[in-house]
Design a binder for this molecule. Structure first.
Ligand code: H79
Length: 585
């Protein structure tokens, strides 16, 4: 991870002088470096946090002038090109009388979440805290006339839950100098007055008025210059040196990295320092009244184990209503996660990532000194064969009930005898006590390996779109609906781990009557044409799962952002079930 400090900017004169042959002086030490490192170690232990998207967009809640608006709810102003003068009126109706900072913080604590990040200002530009810098804030512009962030930050502090603010630094659809609103402000944008008049003062406010912040969460960088980002970073670190800064500040001026929204790396990913997956419980961040597409708790607990096993933190979002209520659908899920963590938390908090390559979706591994935890996500039947551990295993037992698990160890091969059914319906954790502090792993099974055949399972992919679903029973994704702008799709994130050219196999099932659509598998960059594309027809399989080889090769480079699968032409084959894509070197 590259962290450049704003405190060590080399003066231009020195830079010029250094071009003349002398070496530039060694950069001054960053006075916040020690505090940052310490905060990062704590952040790494936390693993699980609550994201809260709360703002004026909770009033329309996904509907504008009687019409359903597709997509994420907090983007409604942008999607519908709502004029500022009209959107502003929402503030006069924002009165979250049911808000309780204590209830929200307690929900997070009960869910086993160790930190919380809430929108202080999203892209719509409305401040959810008392601001001197802009009257467009919850105290001055709403009938509520109170600062909920005061209660919430105090309630988190009381419970030992870390507290942080989301702040949209570049996009601000309320301001001419903010990015994004071209319908009110078609002229060329000058960000300076906006930065000086709103962003810098407000960032000072949120860092000054709510106690210690665990982190500040910037979003959608884009247009700010390196120098502007340096100023922003410098301001944060001068006010609170231990306040962590996420990578969406831009220009690599971060303390830790975000993956894309809802995007999980396909394998263990530790090369670029600490990272975090921001994710939704349904298909929106801000509250949408019709979005009841709640994710299955089994999927979420599995994803928590998956992410932690790969080295990340999981930041799971709730979108409270305009009344200040966290929807019951999210509460229910969080209660289940909390109960699971009460029993199994030692296999999550404070663990290190898997030292093993993750060959399929049967298990994920986390590590503590002298201990290895196997999270069994897909029950393999009465035997689990586990390869690659050279350390002697002294004891094996389930965290769920403490029951000892019989096993045989032969070299680096372990065979466990399991009950016929999972002991825990969400993730049965098998704890191993091993000789020595660190597990010894055979070379061929180490994380970071690139095997001859690599399976990209549907479960590991990000599901794109409101219709697509994952089916645990068949371990496959289905409902590949197509819409005018975007089709439902699967996206896998290699995170620079997959450089190469691959032959490809696809494992899927399709009822005969639904077959015939063209599917497309591509390696994609951001904001550029795909690097390579393979297309073929969804041939009928009589509903059975089959594996087919595709013609052509898929090219993956360090610039590949994701590998995608969709049906770009029509969605006749939408009910096909895609289990995995196999890349063969
Ligand atoms: O705060 C949440 C999102 O609002 C924010 N990041 C998370 C944490 C986010 N900002 N940008 N994006 C997500 C990408 C959004 C792109 C889209 Fe769209 C918005 C796709 C659909 C709506 C832009 C506008 C492309 C189509 C319409």
């Amino acid at each position: 991870m590259k962290i450049r400090s704003s405190f060590c900017l080399v003066p231009v004169a020195v830079l010029l002088a250094s071009c003349g042959g002398t070496r530039p002086p060694a950069p001054a030490p960053d006075p916040s470096a020690a505090a940052t490192a310490q905060a990062l170690r704590q952040f790494d232990q936390m693993k699980f946090g609550m994201f809260i998207h709360w703002g004026l967009y909770a009033i329309p809640a996904g509907e504008w002038k009687g019409k359903y608006v597709r997509g994420i709810g907090e983007w409604i102003m942008f999607r519908e090109k709502i004029p500022v003068a009209e959107y502003e009126q929402l503030a006069r109706r924002f009165n979250p009388v049911k808000f309780s900072g204590d209830e929200w913080a307690q929900l997070a604590a009960d869910a086993g979440m160790k930190y919380m990040v809430i929108t202080s200002k999203h892209h719509d530009g409305f401040a959810m805290f008392k601001s001197q810098a802009s009257k467009y804030n919850i105290v001055d512009a709403t009938p509520f006339a109170r600062d909920p962030m005061k209660d919430l930050s105090a309630a988190c502090a009381k419970r030992g839950v870390g507290f942080g603010f989301y702040y949209s630094q570049d996009q601000d659809w309320h301001e001419a100098g903010g990015r994004g609103n071209t319908w009110d402000f078609p002229e060329q944008r000058d960000p300076r007055p906006y930065l000086e008049g709103k962003v810098f003062p407000q960032v000072k406010e949120i860092l000054g008025n709510y106690g210690t912040l665990a982190l500040i969460w910037f979003d959608t960088p884009g247009m700010l210059s390196e120098q502007q980002v340096d100023e922003l970073r410098g301001m944060v670190k001068s006010l609170q040196p231990s306040c962590l800064i996420n990578s969406r500040i831009g220009h690599n001026r971060h303390d830790y990295v975000q993956t894309g929204d809802n995007a999980i790396p396909i394998q263990v990913y530790t090369k670029e320092g600490k990272w975090e997956v921001p994710a939704t419980l349904n298909d929106t961040w801000g509250y949408k009244k019709n979005d009841r597409n709640w994710k299955d708790p089994r999927d979420l607990i599995g994803k928590l184990a998956d992410i932690v096993s790969k080295g990340g933190n999981y930041l799971l979002n709730v979108g409270p209503t305009a009344e200040g209520v966290i929807p019951e659908g999210s509460r229910k899920i969080l209660r289940i996660m909390g109960e699971w963590l009460k029993v199994n938390g030692e296999s999550i908090y404070g663990t290190s990532p898997s030292p093993f390559y993750l060959p399929d979706i049967t298990w994920r591994a986390t590590v503590k000194p002298g201990k290895l935890y196997l999270h069994i996500l897909n029950w393999p039947g009465t035997k689990l064969r586990f390869e690659g551990l050279e350390s002697q295993v002294n004891k094996a037992y389930f965290l769920a009930n403490g029951a000892a698990v019989p096993f045989r160890q032969n070299g680096a091969v372990l065979e466990f005898e399991l009950p016929a059914r999972p002991v825990d319906p969400y993730d049965t954790v098998l704890a191993l006590e091993i000789a020595g502090t660190e597990p010894k792993v055979s070379a061929a099974c180490r994380a970071g390996q690139l095997p001859g055949r690599l399976d990209l399972y549907a479960w590991v992919a990000r599901l794109r779109g409101e219709e697509i679903r994952y089916d645990w029973a068949t371990q496959s994704a289905t409902r590949f609906r197509r819409f005018e702008q975007e089709s439902n799709a699967l996206w896998w994130y290699p995170y620079k781990s997959l450089d190469g050219e691959y032959e490809v196999e696809i494992t899927y099932a399709c009822p005969d009557r639904a077959a015939g659509s063209r599917f497309r598998l591509a390696s994609e960059r951001r904001g550029a044409p795909p690097e390579s594309v393979l297309e073929d027809l969804v041939e009928p399989t009589g509903g059975k799962f089959v594996t087919r080889k595709l013609t052509g090769k898929l090219v993956v480079t360090p610039q590949t952002d994701h590998i995608s699968f969709d049906l770009p032409g029509d969605d006749r084959s939408a009910p096909m079930q895609l289990r995995k894509i196999t890349l063969i070197r």
